[in-house]
Unconditional design. Structure first.
Length: 69
């Protein structure tokens, strides 16, 4: 499993983290480890053999939280 922390500047509160967790939970091979509304980051774990980072980033963007590269 790969672990990655993604920064999404549009995260503003715990509800944003929950929205992201919900969207991520629908994807195969990835799960949320933690979210930090103050730091505007989410830390994820994913299996690179079934999931790629661009799909995860696309899902966050669709949810309204584009990832800062
Ligand atoms: Cu929020």
């Amino acid at each position: 499993m790969e672990q990655i922390t993604l920064e999404a500047p549009d995260i503003s509160c715990e509800h944003c983290i929950m929205s992201i967790e919900k969207a991520i939970s629908k994807l195969e091979g990835v799960r949320c480890l933690s979210g930090d509304p103050a730091g505007r980051v989410v830390t994820l774990e994913y299996d690179p053999t079934v999931m790629d980072l661009s799909t995860i980033e696309g899902t966050l963007e669709e949810e309204g939280y584009p990832v800062r590269k």
